[in-house]
Design a protein around this ligand. Structure first.
Ligand code: BGC
Ligand code: NOJ
Length: 811
């Protein structure tokens, strides 16, 4: 069953049934002020860091799920309802939620009143604007009461949900006219406060949760709303909230707009106070006045829309397949922006307090984002590099607020360094900006240890070379891309984390996946060295790569597929010799992407084995057979029940590795089949099974060994977004930015007649028409640029700022 539909012209997903199979959410905010909002107005807001600067409270693992958010209660006579159905859950006459590009519009209608709540974070604003549009659609005059409601979080989200002995005494607010200010801890160590305003005089307010709701009630039946009047409470400790009370009269046909702003303000130390104990509100009033009329809100929304028009104009596909077009042109790019902003910190599956920005995650996210805002990509690359150690290894994560490596998570994930080569080369290919290599970047966030960014890449490359095991394959360290393949961990204590606990000494577990990764991105490093005239360095690096290929050939091939790893004791993992976990996806992906075995048939053999053993109706599972008992020598992977997460779940992040591998050997039908199996727009009809949003990827879909194959979890924040975008745009549709041109090398299903793409690249706009009269998958027969035949399928950089016509004929 479907719970809504795509509106491609508006770039929206329109939900028409509030009881979706799981909360279907959206993200507001583009830079440093963010909100998560569900289709029933649930969610929360933070500034920069979901752990340290949480503005509004949200309870994860709640019953029912998704309680708490930005609610508007309407009291119309005895009927109380919310435009987004929750929390009161009064049956609405009509309901819709439009999730668009950084905005959400929730609309409900009840007893001839329509209420539309628009939520968005304007560009360059540290605040969320909410516009409630009320309309009397009936024929009699209406007198309504409207109550807004948010619940403040006491800033540090982790402390907020644990340290009650302190927190119940710290909360402080101020109320002035129609603005409620939250100033907990402002008087001592904080220089920031938050506010919630409305652009009209109010009849009353509340800031004490217990007074507003009642100690024995819930969000669905707050005392104040049932009574129909506020209590004008000032919170002292306990749980501060913000609620405005408004009375509204509407004649038949009349419409009124109310504008609320939820803002975050920082004041300089010497400007914190207006008078003793009274906060300086100047900047808050400025923000409020920026959005105090509907015209201003319309203008800000129009700006946001044109920002997205521009972002999404850089790669536009027109094919015969609507579901594909909407993934490529809208939703996959949108999700890439969100993963770029959030890394793995805050979603409905990531609590915002556990994980900051991942070293490997954020580097990979960039391959789906770099074309959107290259300058932000550059800044991110340099921030990440600054958390690297001099020996090339890295902190696994860093906090976005401080940009410092996170000690508690540690390092020694031996794949980490290589992803920096991927992101940096992707950035240079997109922009031509080699100057990033000369930027001075600290190691370990220590300015005195700064070296050029190029030297960081060198350190990345040599970290692998300097850490080889007995088979001359890379040592795995704590784990490689697969956080749960903990070959040196040997954990028997359920109270410790597999990723951070002390590893057993003396182990020499090796990773064939990192070996493939090294060949692939090592080759990128060599090409880069050549481009910048370091040919000796390139030659030396090439030798190391050749040695690695040799090691893979000798020790990494199992007969029908690539081995996954060698364990602590030197035994094969992911081999036919094993009873369970005979074959893993990662090494098949990376070795085939690196072209290993492409010439002698092993790549094809490996991919055939993937098809035979790992593929299923809903995607490609990670390993097979699934582990059915705990293997202490493998770690977390064998803790998951069969078919879930890293234990034979469909990890949507690495399915595109196989898609790309398929394109390397020219099998476009296979590649696109895999693409369609997990792309959310193709799964809309099975929403009841899939459960998560049909417009964004989830990290995992339960695999064939699971209780419920096809059920997805962990939507939004996953490397799946960037990798699928990369696979479809660069390898299947085949438009690849390169240092000195745009390479066009599609690998598509044979039955396709062709497609068109507009690609903005280095200041020019290329209108690319791909024709497939011979119905092949791969192989460019002729290339034309502005009517002139070219000798190769690389379009040179014209750089005249104009539009260019490119015609490619496959055959
Ligand atoms: C999950 C992994 C994740 C890791 C992060 C594990 O429990 O299964 O997907 O990467 O935690 O620490
Ligand atoms: C999710 C993590 O964010 C990512 O870093 C890791 O590679 C995958 N899980 C696989 O374990």
């Amino acid at each position: 069953m479907k719970y809504g539909h795509f509106d491609d012209a508006a770039r929206e997903y329109v939900i028409t049934e509030p009881k979706t199979p799981y909360p279907w959410i959206n993200y507001l905010g583009n830079h440093d002020f963010f909100t998560l909002i569900s289709n029933t107005s649930g969610g929360y807001t933070f500034y920069k860091d979901a752990k340290f600067r949480r503005l509004t409270r949200y309870r994860y693992n709640n019953v029912p799920i998704d309680n708490g958010g930005k609610y508007f209660y309407i009291k119309d006579g005895d009927t109380i309802w919310n435009p987004g159905w929750k929390p009161v859950k009064t049956k609405l006459d009509s309901y819709s939620c439009r999730h668009g590009m950084s905005y959400t519009i929730v609309r409900g209608e009840k007893n001839s009143i329509s209420a539309e709540a628009l939520y968005f974070v304007p560009l360059h604003c540290r605040g969320e604007v909410q516009r409630v549009r009320l309309k009397n659609t009936g024929s009699v005059k209406k007198s309504l009461k409207l109550f807004s409601f948010i619940e403040w979080c006491l800033w540090n989200a982790e402390d907020d949900m644990t340290n009650f002995q302190r927190n119940f005494s710290t909360g402080e607010v101020e109320v002035k006219d129609s603005v409620i200010f939250h100033k907990t801890e402002y008087k001592e160590r904080r220089n920031h406060f938050a506010f919630y305003s409305v652009n009209t005089p109010i009849k009353g307010f509340d800031t004490d949760r217990e007074a507003f709701i009642g100690l024995y009630n819930g969000f669905e039946n707050p005392d104040v709303v049932s009574d129909g009047k506020s209590k004008n409470t000032i919170a002292h400790g306990w749980s501060p909230v913000a609620s405005h009370y408004l009375e509204i009269e509407l004649n038949p046909g009349e419409e009124k707009d109310l504008i609320f702003v939820l803002g975050y303000i920082e004041n300089e130390d010497d400007k914190k106070w207006e008078s003793k104990g009274v906060i300086n509100k100047e900047k808050a009033y400025q923000m409020i006045s920026d959005f105090d009329s509907s015209e201003k809100v319309d203008r800000a929304l129009a700006e946001l829309r044109s920002y997205w028009d521009e972002l999404l104009s850089k790669y536009v596909l027109s094919s015969a397949d609507k579901k594909l077009d909407r993934m490529v042109n809208i939703w996959n790019q949108y999700q890439c922006m969100v993963t770029f902003n959030m890394s793995r910190s805050a979603s409905y599956f990531e609590s915002g307090i556990g994980r900051g920005m991942g070293f490997r995650d954020s580097n990979q996210d960039l391959i789906g984002f770099v074309h959107q805002v290259p300058d932000r990509a550059k800044e991110r690359i340099l921030d990440i590099a600054a958390t690297q150690f001099e020996n090339g290894s890295a902190y696994h994560q860093y906090q976005p607020l401080t940009k410092r490596g996170n000690d508690a998570i540690g390092g020694n994930f031996n794949d980490d360094p290589l992803w920096l080569i991927l992101s940096t080369t992707a950035y240079i290919k997109e922009t031509g900006d080699f100057s990033i290599l000369d930027e001075m970047v600290p190691f370990d966030n220590d300015e005195s240890k700064a070296k050029s960014h190029f030297e960081h890449l060198e350190a990345s490359f040599y970290h692998i070379v300097n850490n080889l095991g007995p088979h001359n394959l890379p040592l795995i360290g704590r784990a490689d891309w697969n956080d749960c393949l903990n070959l040196n961990c040997f954990s028997s204590n359920p109270n410790e984390s597999f990723q951070t606990t002390e590893n057993k000494k003396g182990g020499t577990a090796e990773s064939v996946m990192i070996a493939g990764l090294f060949v692939l991105y090592g080759n990128e490093f060599v090409t880069l060295c050549e481009k910048i005239g370091k040919s000796d360095e390139a030659k030396t690096a090439q030798k190391h790569i050749n040695d690695m290929i040799e090691a893979i050939n000798q020790h990494g091939w199992d007969g029908n597929w690539f081995v996954r790893a060698y364990d602590f004791f030197g035994k094969k993992v992911g081999s036919d010799e094993n009873e369970e976990g005979k074959i893993f996806i990662e090494s098949q992906g990376f070795c085939t992407m690196a072209g290993i075995g492409a010439e002698d048939g092993r790549a094809k053999q490996a991919l055939d084995s993937v098809k035979e053993r790992l593929d299923c109706e809903y995607g490609i599972v990670l390993n097979n057979p699934a582990f059915t008992k705990y293997y202490i020598e493998y770690g977390e992977i064998s803790t998951y029940p069969a078919g879930y997460k890293e234990n034979a779940g469909i990890f949507c992040h690495n399915n595109p590795w196989i898609m790309i591998g398929e394109t390397i050997i020219g099998r476009g039908d296979e590649a696109f089949n895999y693409y369609k199996k997990i792309a959310p727009s193709y799964l809309e009809d099975i929403s009841d099974l899939h459960r998560t949003e049909p417009y964004v990827y989830a990290q995992m879909i339960a695999g064939k060994d699971a209780f419920k194959p096809g059920e997805a979890k962990n939507s939004w924040l996953t490397g799946t977004a960037a990798w699928n975008y990369y696979a479809i745009t660069q390898y299947i549709l085949g438009i690849q930015p390169d240092y000195d041109g745009l390479v066009i090398e599609p690998c598509i299903p044979k039955k396709w007649d062709g497609f068109k793409i507009t690609r903005k690249f280095r200041g020019d706009t290329y209108h690319i028409t791909v024709k497939n009269p011979a119905h092949v998958s791969k192989g460019v027969k002729t290339t034309e640029l502005d009517g002139n035949a070219l000798a190769s399928n690389k379009i040179p950089i014209v750089e005249d700022g104009r539009e260019h016509e490119v015609t490619i004929v496959l055959g």
